[in-house]
Design a protein around this ligand. Sequence first.
Ligand code: ADP
Ligand code: MG
Length: 563
Amino acid sequence: MTARETFSFQTEGKQLLDLMIHSVYSNREIFLRELISNASDALDKLRVAALTDEKLSPLFADAHIRIALDGTRRLLSVEDNGIGMNRDDLIAYLGTIAKSGTKEFIQSLAERREALTAELIGQFGVGFYSSFMVADSVEVLTRKAGDEAAWLWTSSGDGTYSLEEASREGCGTTVTLHLKSPEKDEEGPAGPDFTDRWTIGSIVRKYSDFVAYPIRMETETFDDEGKVSGTEDKVLNSMKAIWARPESEVSDEEYREFYAHVSRDGTDPLRRIVYSAEGVTSFRALLYLPAKAPLDLFLREGERGIHLYVKRVFIMQDCKELIPEYLRFLRGVVDSEDLPLNLSREILQQDRQIAVIRRSLTRKVLDELKRFRDGDREGYLSFWKEFGKVLKEGIFADERNRESLLSLALFCTTEREWITLDEYLASMKPEQKALYHLSGGALEGLRRSPHIEAFRERGYEVLLLDDPVDDFWIDVVDGYGEKPFKSVAKGTADLEEKPEEKAEAEEREKAFAPLLEALSKSLGEEVASVRLSKRLRASLACLVGETHSMTPQMEQLFRSMGQ
Ligand code: ADP
Ligand code: MG
């Protein structure tokens, strides 16, 4: 036996613990959902590991989660016989916050001394540390599958935790909470009693009914006279896969709880997509559009939230092959009827069925987004503001669905806010030849740009492309609705000339020839040429690019990438 060692939580861990301990969050019962979800993850991991490691396969037997309560000592424990943790795992997983984005987020919360509200909790997965909302101290007794040694992790949330070797029968993890006494509890004696069986039973059914493993709890049995005669374990959850049930039989509440489970997002989703495909490849999907962009949306190693199941059995989380990159904000599950159970990440990449699922899901999601756009424009706009930047990556990357994606995009223009390209086309002047656009920098600057003067004067609306990603797709897209895209800042944008203007222009060319000559000489290499402008009205001069040259923003981007 090794001695007991004490460790410090990493800075952000301390800050998160502090936020949890002093949280004014009224929905503290969700700590139980978090512990059950970790237990369920641990069982999934053991099952998957057992598929490829023969030594482990006998360990995955009677997979279950068990809740035990002790009212006198104020203890609550959640036990699983899943994968368990070794010493390194405990330090890495319970002593540190590894998730990208979360660290920075907590840092900024702590700096602003902001209280933890439901809204804020929603922005990152609360996870294991939420135990400290209801407990003075927490013990984790765990043994990793395949190991002999077990470990006991303890902390009272004061910035340190300790580790010592211990013993445990079989692999898995038992998390024991020493619940705050009602007097010390912020909600006082009137708050929920987490040692009460009925209370716990209803919390489990509310949040964790669909968990795929039985969640058992010791329950009293009664004799014929109604007296307590003993105890037995009862299963609290129905274990029904929510996506396998007909949509009409599942309540909105159940769908929301399932979202919280798969997404680790505490905010309600914007919309759900229920899909069942039959044919060469059969699968069901339950997908959600989150209301808020996650913190790691633009990080390369950010989470992808689609979980893969095969015939109701969990295969892997964050399966990025199931949807294209530009739909990475979707959360939910896909359950295939045809894929093999022992699927590895390597096989996934080349699997034809997966490619079929991806294509079919993409089409379904884009159709649903169109329905969203047409049925609830306000809701769709809030979605677009969160995820439009990501979706626009698809215009560049997904040629097959380019038209659809273009039709889904919303733009601000010189005249209006957040219109579709179809709306742009519908109110276009009859003689207008192209969809004019201007990119480079923020909207405010674009609106003041000298490039747009002559266009506005003619009543031509100009699309203002203020996202950096716009510069990427605009170059590969020919047009929309049989009209080409054209930059007002490149080359001589073809403003129709009236005959008298043409004559006048020739006059001017002649009159200004000497000036242009002189300017050209003095600017020398700095510019390619000096021309008289047809597009300026109030401004004196502006810089324009060659028709095929890069925009200033792209030049900057390439420069910053070291090109
Ligand atoms: P998340 O579940 O989002 O990863 P948590 O804070 O809930 O975050 O848990 C942190 C990590 O601790 C988990 O990813 C897992 O590796 C480990 N862990 C927590 N509970 C268990 C458990 N019951 N069995 C095995 N590992 C666990
Ligand atoms: Mg968790």
